[in-house]
Design a binder for this molecule. Structure first.
Ligand code: GRF
Length: 206
């Protein structure tokens, strides 16, 4: 399976995918794209020999034109799954329609709690005792698509937001590669009777 990663920032989740899934079990990261030409994520991809491109909003009249250009670039590379790993833009409906149920996102909160920006700060400021990470399919809402994987941690004894953040990032780096492996193995599907519910044929080796 050929996948693309879209990232706007540091790219630690991209790095986890490069280290854990790229070139294994028939999975190849075939493209990395960003809205930010200077995103550190692009450097990580270049270092791994993966083709990169950037699509800054200022180069296009609107979001759908930018997304059309990006979708075209990904399609030329045979991309079958698009992974959002810290991609800070909403994708247009036309982009999502080109990759139906083939765009996933990692979010550092237990959705549906704390969607959107700054999720870790929102959760810590709220005073929750349990935090976590969600990997979900992307639909047109903000962090509203069907949940693929979710894992929680007890943060009642974590002293600071930074400490929580570090633990959640570590969790993301396990959960996102696992979701990609499961999808590549054909183990993820929607329950036909409850289209919000994702069913997983689990196997301990993945
Ligand atoms: C992660 O916390 C991810 O959940 C969120 O953006 C952050 C990206 O981090 N969507 P990185 O660029 O992968 O290090």
């Amino acid at each position: 399976m050929k996948l693309a990663v879209l990232a706007s920032g540091v790219g630690s989740n991209l790095q986890a995918l490069l280290d854990q899934v790229h070139g294994r079990d028939g999975i190849e990261i075939a493209a990395v794209a960003s809205d930010k030409p200077d995103a550190a994520a692009l450097e990580r991809a270049r270092a791994a020999g993966v083709p990169v491109a950037s699509f800054p909003g200022t180069d296009y009249p609107d979001r759908s034109a930018r997304d059309a250009a990006m979708a075209g670039w990904l399609a030329e590379r045979g991309v079958e799954l698009v992974v959002l790993a810290g991609y800070m833009q909403l994708l247009s409906a036309q982009f999502l329609d080109r990759f139906p149920l083939r765009v996933i996102n990692v979010h550092p909160a237990l959705l549906p709690a704390f969607p959107g920006l700054d999720a870790i700060r929102q959760a810590v400021d709220y005073g929750v005792k349990v935090a976590g990470v969600t990997v979900h399919f992307v639909d047109q809402g903000v962090d509203t698509g069907p949940i693929i994987l979710q894992r929680a941690i007890d943060i009642s004894s974590s002293a600071s937001r930074e400490a929580v953040e570090e633990r959640l990032h570590r969790l993301e780096h396990e959960l996102l590669p696992r979701a990609v492996r499961l999808i590549a193995a054909g183990a993820v599907r929607l329950d036909p009777e409850h289209p919000r519910r994702v069913m997983i044929e689990d196997s301990p080796s993945r």
